[in-house]
Design a protein around this ligand. Structure first.
Ligand code: FES
Length: 101
């Protein structure tokens, strides 16, 4: 199973393929607010995928629209509830802020 490393803490968690990055964050014991309960309708789970981006599911229309509305979005940005884990290890970075949407 792929290993997800979560920065800045450096915690790691082994997750099954097809689980979301949000599930990995929570499984690792990190806190993540899922304001819309993982429906891709807010930005509270915005993270950066630092390594292993090709192993994470492609951005779908709903996520893309939400990301477009987020201040501070970058090429590594994903909504953790919408990004599903693939076969390879992934390194993500928690941002520690939210625009409050
Ligand atoms: S929890 Fe709302 S978009 Fe992920």
């Amino acid at each position: 199973m792929p290993i997800i490393t979560i920065k800045p803490s450096g915690k790691t968690v082994e997750m099954p393929v097809g689980a979301s990055l949000a599930a990995a964050v929570i499984a690792a014991g990190e806190s993540m607010v899922l304001k819309c309960e993982g429906k891709g309708e807010c930005d509270s789970c915005h993270i950066f995928v630092q390594e292993g981006r090709k192993s994470v599911s492609k951005i779908q229309r709903l996520e893309n629209e939400r990301l477009d509305a987020i201040v501070g979005v970058g090429s590594k940005s994903r909504l953790a509830c919408q990004a599903m884990i693939g076969e390879e290890d992934v390194v993500i970075e928690l941002l520690g802020f939210s625009s409050g949407l």
